[in-house]
Ligand binder design. Structure first.
Ligand code: SAM
Length: 342
């Protein structure tokens, strides 16, 4: 494990906070709590079976909470629970409740595919979650089944409606835009923001791990934005501090918003504030680089908080100034998205 004077090697402790060589303050930890998922999205999983982590390889909730508390000492203020599909893991609502009760965390949120949302939305809300992201790549039940491998559109839509009734705010709907797959629905998704208060966010497809899609399926933001602009005038909406990298707009007269997340065409590395904790306990400083620091082994060997904190600092030291993926580039990220969490 690297040690030394952090000021000299690019990571300041800036009052105990994680600040990298690019002076980025890393205060956001995204946690994948499982690599299991109840969908098999074309762009996320390959043909055939993919190896699953054994239960003992996945961090326990106690281990996750300990790492979150260490992260908080280092300046983490925002946590997102993701997966795999987080709602398939038993006890997730209790974990969410324990996280939202941590005073130092200013924001705890959840990303889900929504399949199990209708049944769990009230408990998730009661656990203190208000901000929720739901992945939905088609508004057509048949197409949805084609993309995800499961005929669950109605279930997800019921979950979204339930989340709205209960009062989640914002409800963000994440759409991975893919040529020849759902590009004919981009306008329909944009229109969804007209009469629903949803934040519809178009995400550029990123070639990560093995999947059944390719870089040639990418549709980049400029093209998507051009299509959305045919619906009406787009007025930029200012980001608040809990917003991520989406460039946000409101279509004239809309209740909701549209947003564009352009990891490839206009990367946002210069203000990336994220670290990722994978389901099997690795700390990744960049989604688009397989470089990681293992935390689980030290955690289970009885490592001290300070030793674990040092691993956070090491990961931050390794955070590249910017990722190396480019539009239509080849896949350089070998790890699968469902273990990393997106
Ligand atoms: N199961 C949850 C869900 O579906 O939202 C959480 C995990 S999923 C990996 C998180 C997000 O990553 C989803 O919005 C998904 O669409 C997105 N995602 C997965 N693979 C992607 C890829 N290759 N490019 C862009 N986004 C991707």
């Amino acid at each position: 494990m690297a040690r030394g004077n952090h000021m000299d090697i690019g990571v300041t402790t800036d009052g105990g906070k994680l600040v990298d060589q690019e002076k980025r303050h890393l205060n956001y930890l995204r946690i994948s709590i499982t690599d299991r998922c109840n969908l098999r999205c074309l762009y996320c999983v390959p043909e055939g079976r993919i190896p699953k982590l054994d239960h003992e390889d996945i961090l326990s909730y106690e281990e996750i909470l300990r790492l979150v508390k260490i992260g908080i000492q280092l300046g983490i203020r925002k946590v997102r629970i993701t997966g795999g599909e987080p709602l398939v893991r038993k006890g997730v609502v209790e974990l969410l409740g324990r996280l939202t009760r941590i005073r130092e965390l200013e924001d705890v949120s959840l990303t889900t595919n929504g399949v199990l949302l209708a049944a769990n939305a009230q408990d998730i809300f009661d656990a203190g979650i208000r901000r929720i992201n739901i992945s939905l790549d088609s508004l057509d039940p048949g197409k949805y089944a084609q993309i995800t491998g499961y005929d669950q559109f109605n279930q997800v839509w019921a979950g979204i409606q339930r989340a709205r009734e209960i009062g989640f705010n914002p409800i963000k709907i994440n759409v991975v835009a893919m040529r020849g797959i759902n590009d004919n629905e981009i306008i329909k998704f944009g229109r969804l923001s007209l009469d629903h208060p949803f934040h519809v966010r178009f995400i550029e497809y990123m070639p990560i791990g093995n999947s059944r899609t390719h870089s040639r399926d990418q549709i980049l933001t400029p093209e998507i934005q051009e299509m959305i602009a045919t619906i009406g005038v787009l007025t930029p909406v200012g980001n608040d501090q809990n917003d991520g990298p989406a460039r946000r707009y409101r279509i004239a007269g809309a209740q909701g918003e549209v947003g564009f997340i352009s990891a490839l065409s206009q990367h946002f590395c210069s203000h990336c504030n994220r670290l990722r904790l994978t389901a099997d306990g690795k700390l990744r400083a960049c989604l688009l680089s397989d470089r990681h620091e293992p935390l689980k082994e030290l955690l289970r060997r009885g490592g001290s908080d300070e030793q674990l904190a040092e691993i956070f600092r090491t990961a931050v030291r390794q955070k590249a100034a910017k990722h190396q993926l480019c539009p239509n580039g080849v896949t350089t990220v070998k790890d699968q998205m469902q273990g990393i969490g997106g």
